[in-house]
Design a protein around this ligand. Structure first.
Ligand code: NDP
Length: 235
């Protein structure tokens, strides 16, 4: 049994991560989402009879510091002295397929707020719970679009810039706290609202790979860029 918190758990990859965790073992899983009252899939999961774990649905908007603080208090109260083993910063947005010439201030700042500032503040808030856990893993969901080494050209600029900044944040977190295991993970191109219907992977394939990588992470993985298959991604 271990304790998990997944942000952006209402749908897409985040929901699938929570679903698989609850079916796999008696984990305690905190599913953080912006609007719990509309998170119908999570509520269905909470009453499903074939799960082994315990689900707690927690309100959290990663762009709202007060909401993050309230979620941390709630999680700390429920854990009652136990630590948080695995934090998956999954919540993210992509608002436009823009280029350096077409991007707007609003698209860039909104994307950076959700994809970089959000995970930075969430991790900072949960560090006290993570540091006295058994696993101490912080997985930040990035994308191959943020890799200069893979080189997708000028498309999806605001999104790619934000995720490249998330990669650097993760590197800094690993440098500052060598006792923790922060790393970035590329989930692959996944059929979700963000990835679209043409994507290569079903959510369950990506989530299974992510959980395999995240649950097996060791100190050697700190500061790395890894994909859902466990392979190193070039920066
Ligand atoms: P979806 O658009 O399907 O889901 C995004 C999730 O993030 C939703 O649960 C959404 O909540 C949540 N979210 C967005 N903004 C916030 C916020 N401010 N606070 C809290 N939650 C928020 O995306 P995916 O599932 O496809 O993506 C999950 C992660 O994987 C993202 O970080 C994305 O960048 C990354 N990724 C996805 C790829 C793909 O092909 N799908 C490829 C590479 C990376 P709500 O329902 O309230 O809107």
């Amino acid at each position: 049994m271990s304790t998990w918190l997944v942000t952006g758990a209402s749908r897409g990859i985040g929901f699938e991560l929570v679903r698989q965790l609850l079916h796999s073992a008696d984990h305690i899983v905190f599913a953080a989402c912006r609007t719990p009252h509309t998170a119908f899939a999570l509520h269905a999961l909470s009453v499903a009879s074939d799960t082994h774990g315990t689900l707690h649905i927690v309100q959290m908007d990663v762009t709202d510091e007060e909401s993050i603080a309230a979620a941390e208090e709630e999680v700390e109260y429920i854990l009652n002295g136990s630590g948080l083993d695995f934090l998956i910063n999954n919540a993210g947005i992509s608002v436009a397929n823009d280029s350096p010439n077409t991007l707007s201030s609003k698209a860039l700042t909104t994307t950076i707020l959700a994809n970089v500032v959000g995970p930075a503040l969430v991790t900072r808030a949960f560090i006290p719970l993570i540091e006295h856990s058994n696993h101490k893993v912080i997985a930040n969901i990035s994308t191959a679009l943020a890799s200069i080494g893979i080189d997708y050209g000028g498309q999806h600029s605001s999104y790619s810039i934000s995720k490249a900044a998330l990669n650097m944040l993760t590197y800094k977190q690993a440098k500052e706290r060598p006792d923790l295991i922060p790393f970035v993970i590329d989930p692959g191109w996944v059929k979700t609202d963000m990835g679209g219907k043409e994507a290569a992977l079903e959510p369950h394939e990506s989530a299974a790979g992510i959980l395999n990588v995240v649950s097996g992470a060791t100190l050697q993985d700190a500061g790395r860029f890894i994909d859902y298959k466990g392979e190193i991604v070039p920066w």
